[in-house]
Write a protein of this length. Structure first.
Length: 143
């Protein structure tokens, strides 16, 4: 957890390691892997701070029960780049409510995003989807 401390230092908020940087990372991933959802969120002025901030700051533990949170944390902590995978998990949660976002207004987008984990009984598929998004992102960007 020592590696996450920079996300909690106000002076570093705007840096890549700070909370705003981590939110920007989710947005950047979304712009590559699902430009339509990305564009819709921008049109509706749904900022990542409205939904992804909680996901990132709490490492998704508020979204899932203890067993799923531990399984998810195992994936986050075992990732070679540590918590970089968290951004892809956040993007996968967003893509998981794609239809509601594309067809919704600001309120519908917010509600869908804030409750996107409610219909996930087992995070195994979410982790697989996040890894697929990471591979797609790498393929498209070379990063």
């Amino acid at each position: 957890m020592n590696e996450q401390k920079d996300a909690f230092i106000r002076e570093l908020d705007k840096e890549k390691c700070g909370i705003d940087g981590k939110c920007r990372s989710v947005v950047k991933i979304m712009s590559v892997v699902d430009p339509l959802v990305h564009r819709k969120l921008i049109e509706e002025k749904v900022l990542p701070q409205f939904y992804a901030l909680r996901w990132i700051m709490l490492l998704l533990c508020q979204e899932f029960d203890m067993i799923n949170a531990i399984r998810l944390w195992d994936s986050l902590l075992s990732d070679d780049n540590r918590f970089e995978f968290l951004s892809f998990v956040c993007a996968a949660l967003s893509v998981g409510v794609r239809d509601q976002i594309i067809n919704g207004d600001f309120a519908a987008c917010m509600e869908s995003l804030q409750h996107s984990a409610k219909n996930i009984p087992d995070v195994t598929n979410l982790i697989r989807n996040a890894e697929s998004l990471r591979q797609e992102y790498i393929k498209k960007t070379g990063k």
